[in-house]
Write a protein of this length. Structure first.
Length: 458
């Protein structure tokens, strides 16, 4: 965080206080009372389960120099309390001020799939030469993005932020807050279609990021996903680089191959790339990251060398070898596009029994049964031997699989708890198991149960 004092922050927020605000230096910002550090400013935010106002006393005792509140907490001392109409809005206001005064170039990443992986790739490569940082985990909403912006320090040269959305207008709102120098759309697919109004709505939402990029900035777009209307919209941007499989792409991906040990491909027919983890779809994430790093004047050979040491974030095709079982943990999230990529990954394994654990894909609206049946057909066509459905839509997955082939082994569980109780014992030595579903399904708990039964990773 850039150097600011509590009274300066009070002026930025236009806050009210019944006592003079001391000019104490603020060294950080937090919304989590459990991780508060001495010198932090605490924003008391009311969430679905907890109200931060109840923890004001705790954070003060831990060394917080002030608290931003929307009402007077019970038993709190007036000194250091900054009262505002809304604490979330105040957090955004302070982040916008910080963004205007920090010198780091901001790279904003959005898309239906690959946001976090691409963000981490960019941070990994740029960090080999420049000082900077990226958002923590998937801090990509109206609270996480401001916290990421506020983490930038005066000497940072870059800051990579992630922008998510599940409702119209969110990308543009967060983009205006970040005011990026470089905007990246990783992909446009069937994610949150129930709330965004189909693929056309998803496309409009993701591409709205480009409207928030600074006039002298760069827009990085997935050419294969744009479609005619999206291409026309992307072409309206002043500085644009496209990536994809098409010959017209500025950064073109060719000769893609891969297995569980990694992915190999070329960029623009010249630069050979090797990733040490599975998932051929990651070639597109690399192409987007490559375009960004070239903007920072890094040489192609330098970028490729850095990518060879990159490791994918946890729960994104994370490979674990458990005794006689190979477990692929892709449990972080899911939508129809990313599910199809996971089916392709497991379908490319040619040894032992292949087990696909398909948790429900959420936020698909009225089209949810159709998309889950489509997934079942894709699984059947891939030749995968054992299909496991978890959640209310599990039967739709199995129904779709039965439409394309008879005799496929399958089992359904109504929820993750039931799957945890039974599935680990059904797995056999030689199995390759891929686990994927929407975050709210909680399949990471099933992954832990499989690890507990079959032993630690080797």
């Amino acid at each position: 965080m850039i150097a600011m004092t509590l009274d300066e922050i009070a002026q930025v927020l236009g806050s009210r206080s019944s006592a003079p605000v001391p000019p104490i230096r603020v060294t950080g910002v937090s919304t989590d009372s459990r991780t508060i550090q001495a010198g932090d400013l605490f924003f008391a935010i009311a969430g679905d389960r907890f109200d931060g106002h109840k923890f004001v006393g705790d954070v003060v005792r831990k060394g917080a120099v002030g608290c931003v509140v929307s009402h007077e907490p019970e038993g709190a001392e007036p000194s250091g309390l900054l009262r505002v109409p809304g604490t979330v809005e105040a957090l955004g206001r302070l982040a916008a001020f910080h963004r205007r005064h920090a010198k780091a170039q901001v790279v904003a990443v959005t898309g239906s799939n690959g946001k976090t992986t691409t963000k981490c790739m960019i941070e990994h490569v740029l960090g080999s030469r420049f000082r900077g940082r990226g958002s923590i985990k998937s801090f990509n909403n109206h609270i996480g993005l401001p916290l990421t912006l506020l983490s930038a320090e005066q000497g940072d040269e870059f800051l990579v932020v992630e922008i998510g959305s599940n409702a119209p207008g969110e990308v543009a709102a967060l983009g205006r807050l970040a005011c990026p120098d470089i905007g990246v759309v990783t992909s446009i697919g069937y994610a949150h279609v129930g709330r965004l109004g189909g693929l056309a709505g998803v496309r409009a939402e993701k591409l709205s990021l480009f409207e928030t990029v600074r006039d002298s900035g760069l827009c990085v777009a997935p050419l294969d996903d744009l479609g005619p209307s999206g291409l026309a919209r992307a072409q309206d941007t002043r500085n644009r680089i496209t990536f994809g499989l098409s010959e017209e792409a500025d950064v073109r991906v060719t000769e893609v191959s891969g297995d569980l040990d990694g992915v190999r491909f070329k960029l623009n027919g010249r630069h050979e790339v090797r990733l040490p983890f599975p998932g051929v779809h990651n070639a597109m994430n690399v192409a987007a990251a490559f375009a960004v790093c070239r903007r920072f004047r890094m040489e192609p050979e330098e970028i490729v060398a850095c990518l060879a040491t990159f490791r994918a974030p946890d729960m994104r095709l994370t490979l674990r070898r458990l005794g006689g079982i190979t477990l692929i943990d892709d449990s972080y999230n899911a939508n129809p596009t990313s599910m199809a990529a996971a089916v392709h990954t497991l379908g490319g394994v040619h040894a032992g029994r292949r087990v696909f654990v398909a948790g429900d894909m959420l936020e698909l609206g009225d089209e949810s049964p159709q998309w889950h049946r489509t997934l079942g057909r894709q699984l059947s066509e891939s030749g995968i031997e054992f299909i496991v459905g978890v959640g209310p839509q599990a039967e739709q997955v199995i129904r779709g699989a039965s439409e394309k082939g008879a005799g496929i082994e399958s089992v359904c569980y109504p929820d993750t708890d039931r799957a945890r109780e039974d599935l680990p014992r059904r797995l056999q030595p030689g199995d390759t198991v891929l686990v994927k579903g929407s975050r709210a399904v909680g399949l990471d708990r099933l992954v832990r149960a499989i690890c507990e039964v079959h032993g630690p990773a080797q």
